[in-house]
Design a protein around this ligand. Structure first.
Ligand code: GLA
Length: 396
């Protein structure tokens, strides 16, 4: 491992506090292949774990305190475990602790809640984090830090929570400690990912199926095209989209938009205002596209899913209105340069798009997108291939 490897960085950072590393953990970010904004509507998603990971090195302490430190902010943040309850849940998005530390400390708080543990009996710990998951790129650096922390503390505290329960802990931390009203997709992908597979997840039952992708065997690569337009889901558009979906379900008389199908859209057009209708149409058709993608992959293989990826992007651009010009340009240019399909991925308003391409065409597509960004006067994108990878794990 090189010095820049985040595993080594986390270990060195912890050692620099004068402590001895007792255990090491990591969890990945995620790329969503298809199924966007469907998770908080109880729908279907189909993400996979990235090779990029957040690493944490842990050393227990005898004084019942948690100290967290990261290569992003090397000023440690320290709290007594017994005081977490006074810090969280976050009120009105105001953080009593520095923003980044609300992720690991919020996970500690949510873990204690989920396990019904007595905080005064729990062992303290120093936790040092380092990551190579790009932040703000739509690859869920937040789920990576949540998954790594939840896995580490679950074992330190002998709580015995399973991976799905740890994903739920991560989501609760994100919703109530960080204040971002997200769904559970990212945490499930980070906890459950497997190499060369994507997680087909029913967000209502939390049942999952690992579906083999077979990209490499088919001579295909999946490119991430990070537009370098940063986004944050604790502010703005994400929450508004969520509110529109809730309104749509209310007017349609169903608990969640998951309970509507494409056949209900004519009635939805009559009952809903134009904007709400288009938000609803995105969710309903996107759920169907996830089901179609899983079926198509199984029956025909990865080359056949391109048009579903393209249709998903169009729906997010036109109906859900969460794309930005950079994401549209990346997706359109990739397809024009020969990609099998392309779409923005993640929450939107910036972040990354993905393109499924012949491995032989990776350079051509990359150059075409870079050139198009230069011609448009946009900040240069960061383009790289990703291989579906393993979920959270203990590394040492
Ligand atoms: C963000 C959220 C997820 C999901 C996606 C959109 O990544 O964290 O829960 O809603 O946006 O699909």
């Amino acid at each position: 491992m090189t010095d820049t490897d985040p595993h080594t960085q986390a270990r060195d950072l912890l050692t620099s506090l004068g402590t001895t590393v007792a255990s090491e953990w990591s969890a990945p970010g995620r790329v969503n292949l298809i199924g966007e904004h469907t998770d908080y509507n109880d729908g279907f998603v189909f993400p996979f774990a990235t090779p990029h990971r957040t690493h944490v090195a842990l050393a227990p302490r005898a004084d019942g305190r948690l100290r967290v430190i990261s290569t992003f902010d090397t000023v440690p943040v320290e709290v007594a475990i017994a005081d977490l309850d006074a810090i969280f849940p976050t009120v009105d998005g105001e953080h009593a602790v520095p923003e980044w530390s609300a992720y690991p400390l919020g996970v500690a708080w949510a873990l204690i809640q989920a396990a019904g543990a007595d905080p005064t009996t729990l062992t303290g710990a120093d936790l040092a984090f380092a990551s190579n998951v790009p932040v703000g790129a739509g690859l869920s650096s937040s789920a990576a830090i949540e998954g790594a922390t939840a896995s580490a503390l679950n074992e330190l505290w002998s709580l015995g929570l399973d991976r799905v329960a740890l994903a739920q802990v991560g989501r609760r931390a994100e919703n109530e400690a960080v204040g971002a009203p997200t769904g559970i997709m990212d945490q499930m992908a980070s906890m459950l990912g497997e190499p060369d597979a994507a997680t087909f997840l029913d967000c209502r039952s939390l049942e999952t199926d690992e579906v083999e992708l077979g990209f490499a065997a088919a001579g295909l690569s999946l490119l991430v095209m990070d537009t370098n337009v940063k986004h944050a889901h604790s502010t703005g558009g994400y929450g508004e989209r969520r509110a529109s979906c809730e309104k749509g379900a209310r007017v349609m008389g169903v608990p969640m938009l998951r309970d509507l199908s494409v056949a209900d859209l004519d009635r939805a057009a009559e009952l809903l205002d134009d904007v709400t209708f288009r938000r609803v149409r995105h969710i309903v058709t996107e759920n169907q596209r996830v089901l179609d993608t899983v079926r198509t992959l199984r029956e025909q293989g990865p080359r056949a899913i391109g048009s579903l990826l393209d249709a998903s992007h169009a729906s997010m651009r036109d109906d859900f209105e969460i794309s930005v010009p950079e994401l549209d340009l990346a997706a359109d240019t990739a397809v024009a340069a020969g990609a099998i399909g392309a779409r923005m991925t993640g929450g939107g308003f910036g972040g990354a798009a993905i393109a499924l391409v012949e491995t032989d065409a990776v350079d051509t597509v990359t150059r075409a997108v870079e050139q198009a960004f230069a011609d448009a006067g946009f900040t240069a994108p960061t383009i790289f291939p990703v291989t579906p990878s393993a979920g959270a794990r203990r590394d040492g």
